[in-house]
Every structure is written in C-alpha cells, then in structure tokens.
Design a binder for this molecule. Sequence first.
Ligand code: AP5
Length: 215
Amino acid sequence: MRVVLLGPPGVGKGTQGHRLADEHGWALISTGEILRAAVAQGTPLGLEARKRMDRGLLVPDDVMIGLVWERTLAPDAASGFVLDGFPRTVVQADALDSMLQGRGFHLDRVVAMSVAEEELVRRLSSRRECPVCKRVYNMKSLAPMDGSRCDDHPEAGLVQRADDTESTIRRRFQVYWDETAPLFDYYRNQGRLCEVPGAGPMDEVYRALTVALGC
Ligand code: AP5
C-alpha cells in the first residue's frame, strides 16, 4: 500500500507513520528525517537545507522531488510506503502522481490529520528526541522512563529539534497554511482524501487510521 499522511507540524505524522510502517512491513519515508540526517552529516544538501529548515521554510520543490524519487525506488519501498512530510505543495503532489504513474503505480490513500493549533504548539514545544536512535518522545504525553534520557540509550540526553522553538513553530504553521493546506482541497476534489482526527490518545488515533486505511 502507498499512503500519504498529511497534516500540520506536530499532528502526529511521524508517530503514526512509524507505527504503520513497522506493523505492516512498509517503508517509512519521512522527508524531514532524511533532511535532518543530511544536516547532521554536513552534506551539501544538508548545509543548504539547514538554512531553510532552521527558519521554518520549505526546501525547494525540485530538491524534494529528487529525494523522494530516489527513496521510493529503494528495495524496502517495493511492497509499500508511508510518506510523512511529502507532498507539501501542489507541485510536489503533481510530481508524486507522475512518478508513480510512470512506474505503473498509484497512491492508495491520502489521510489528512487535524488537531487544534494550540495543542500542536504544546506538543512541539515538549517534543524531544534521542540523538542516537532518533526516537521521538514528548515530555508531557510520551516521557522516557527516567524522565530525561532515552530508554534505549541512557548515556545520551534527549535533545530538542532546532525548529521546535516557539517563533519557528509559528513560522512553520504560516508556511503550512500557505503552501500545504491547499492539498486538502486538491485531494478532496479528486475524491482521494480521507480525514482522521489527530487529537486524543495515540492508540485511538492509530485505530482510526487503520480503519481509514482498511488495514
Ligand atoms: P518535518 O520533519 O516533516 O516537520 P513537520 O511537518 O513540521 O512535522 P513534525 O515532524 O514537526 O510533526 P509530526 O506531524 O511528524 O508530529 P510527531 O509525530 O513528531 O519537516 C521539517 C522541515 O523539513 C520542514 O519545516 C521543511 O523545512 C523541511 N521539509 C520536510 N519535508 C519537506 C518537503 N516535502 N518540502 C519542503 N521542505 C520539506 O508528533 C509531535 C509530538 O507530539 C511528539 O513529541 C509526539 O510524541 C507527540 N504526539 C504525537 N501524537 C500525539 C497524541 N495523539 N497525543 C499527544 N502527543 C502526541
């Protein structure tokens, strides 16, 4: 199955996408994670992307389309994938359709998740991640066992993402409303959108997602 998870920063795309991919044997393709790995490695892509990510701005479409083109060809994506963070613009959505059609495939589902903005700000402000395994925690809703260190890498303190400061979070929302929210209508008008509430306990959101996906 080829699935897109759509929604604002902090809605739970990564949290739910990882679980869906793990439980169904699909690849999780998170464009944010790919970019953060490039930033950490200091590659030319990472150095360029960082300038935009730290300001809450999108990385150019042609760069992102090239990345997703490559990543969706990897062997682990052959039996299906969950896209988290792509597409983010109408240009990216058109390119995704063309790339899949060119390979004789199509998107099976586009799932849109929504949560009230103040809750999203709370979630993002309290998100932390392990610098070793990149596991995502939340100091309010999903804290590590000892309160401050990764359960699997207790030697490493949890860190906050560079773009999870309040001013950058607000900028990311603005960019989301300007560039990405139009994709709700884009997919809805094509009859391809299913909507799932992103609020509530993570297990409940997951159950609603699996119902929407029929899996
Ligand atoms: P990206 O990493 O994709 O960031 P984002 O879309 O802003 O989404 P987040 O990762 O912040 O949130 P999420 O929805 O995954 O939430 P999560 O599950 O972590 O992109 C980062 C940057 O890269 C972009 O700003 C841009 O610069 C660039 N970029 C990436 N893709 C691009 C593209 N296609 N084009 C151009 N540029 C691109 O959950 C958040 C927190 O809430 C966690 O702590 C979690 O534990 C907690 N949580 C989750 N669910 C619940 C729940 N039900 N209840 C309580 N807490 C919850």
